[in-house]
Ligand binder design. Structure first.
Ligand SMILES: [Zn+2]
Length: 246
């Protein structure tokens, strides 16, 4: 393994650390976003409940005043009954009063039904308010966690980037560009060891001549299948590493 590849391996090590830090950071921010979205969804649901509560309240007040007005009319008519002289008129007014009373019974039923709906809606609003408060608390906690950790993660990443800048200044430009291009295409792993004559990145058996060239350590070789930069470390053959996940 050439000194350049050893330095490149160190760069890759730093890049993976930074990648992990940034993933943690992105997760924290995503959790905050999701918590905020849950708050907004619940706030909308609560608003809808409150709007319904207001409109049913208005409906109940209208029905109630209709019911009261009708009751007042019935009382006036009943009073007038006492002043009526002819039986025909008396019977006619009595019929009117009966009809009004029946109409008012319907209004009373409507009012009672609306009151029942209002009770249900008030309960719903209360439950929705409680849930909103709970979600807001969760959102605030997620924000606090993110605030506490994000800047630390960014500081750590910056310090790793500084180390990286030092290292890459020693690596030949073409090799570094090659590494970065492969890294972008291969999910962060561009430099891999050989294990038992296989590429540790994609696990294919390497052509014997290529493997020989690697062991001679004088050239930078790529895997013919996944294109990752290969290096040979004598102990790799004896102690196979864990398979790379990506
Ligand atoms: Zn490969």
């Amino acid at each position: 393994m050439t000194i350049e590849l050893m330095q490149l391996e160190e760069v890759q090590h730093l890049d993976m650390k930074v990648q992990a830090l940034m993933k943690t950071r992105a997760n924290l921010l995503a959790q905050t976003d999701q918590a905020q979205q849950r708050v907004e969804t619940q706030a909308k649901a609560l608003d809808a409940r409150k709007t319904e509560l207001r409109s049913v309240t208005v409906e109940r007040m209208e029905k109630e005043s209709e019911y009261n007005a009708e009751g007042e009319k019935i009382r006036r008519w009943e009073h007038r009954l006492l002043e009526i002289k002819t039986n025909r008129e008396y019977q006619a007014l009595l019929r009117e009063i009966d009809m009004s009373k029946r109409a008012n019974e319907h209004l009373e039923t409507d009012v009672l039904e609306l009151m029942g709906r209002l009770e249900g809606l008030e309960r719903d609003v209360h439950v929705a308010e409680e849930l909103l408060r709970k979600l807001e608390t969760e959102r605030d906690a997620a924000r606090k966690t993110a605030e506490e950790h994000v800047s630390t993660l960014e500081d750590q990443a910056r310090s790793l980037d500084e180390k990286r800048a030092d290292l890459v200044s020693k690596i030949p430009e073409p090799l570094l560009r090659r590494y970065e291009t492969i890294r972008d295409r291969r999910g962060g792993i561009a430099l891999v060891a050989t294990v038992d004559g296989r590429c540790h990145g994609c696990n294919i058996q390497l052509p014997p001549q290529l493997f020989v060239r690697l062991q001679v350590r004088d050239t930078v070789e790529s895997c013919p299948a996944c294109n990752r930069i290969l290096f040979f470390r004598p102990q790799d053959a004896a102690t196979p590493q864990q398979q790379i996940e990506t």
